[in-house]
Write a new protein. Structure first.
Length: 174
């Protein structure tokens, strides 16, 4: 069973969150798509001009084994296997055409081996605590709107100035 915390973050909120994440020097941040099976850790968050910029993975290298990486031959790139790996998916909140799109952190708390999917395992207590620590940071710094979304300070200011919040953008009308 996975756990998620949905939120709205402005750019300044994301900067503060990532500074908190990176305050543990053992945390690596990497993109969903990778050109090789080696995990290239990011020194900065990808810009919107970069492929797969909207989702990155957080990996506490001190407490978790190296994530399982799979090759996708149809696209000729590698991706993390988040069910079997102890990683946290960070889907970024962003502004699109004046709309602030919701983000989330998500992690699977149980996993299974692809070679034996009937065997389910519980992810480590250290991983579970780390996820709870990140979710708690978001919640403690947020206000909640009338539908109980978490809004970090920059996102709350955006909403107060009549900015529109949306859960997702699926398709644009022309």
């Amino acid at each position: 069973m996975g756990r998620q915390t949905n939120f709205y973050m402005a750019g300044s909120d994301e900067d503060e969150f990532m500074a908190f994440v990176r305050s543990e020097r053992t945390v690596g941040v990497f993109c969903y798509m990778m050109p090789t099976a080696e995990i290239p850790l990011l020194e900065r968050m990808p810009s919107r001009l970069e492929p797969f910029w909207g989702t990155v993975y957080l990996w506490n290298r001190q407490n978790s084994l190296k994530p399982i990486i799979e090759y996708v031959p149809e696209q000729n790139y590698y991706v993390v296997e988040p069910i079997a790996s102890e990683v946290i998916e960070f889907s970024r909140s962003y502004i699109d055409d004046g709309l602030l799109v919701r983000g989330r952190i998500w992690a699977e708390m149980t996993g299974w081996n692809r070679g034996d999917p009937a065997t389910i395992f519980r992810k480590s207590d250290a991983f579970r605590k780390w996820y709870a620590k990140l979710a708690s940071w978001i919640k403690r710094r947020s206000v909640r709107n009338r539908v109980h979304d978490y809004l970090l300070p920059g996102a709350a200011a955006f909403a107060e100035s009549n900015g529109k919040l949306v859960q997702a953008i699926f398709a644009k009308q022309e």
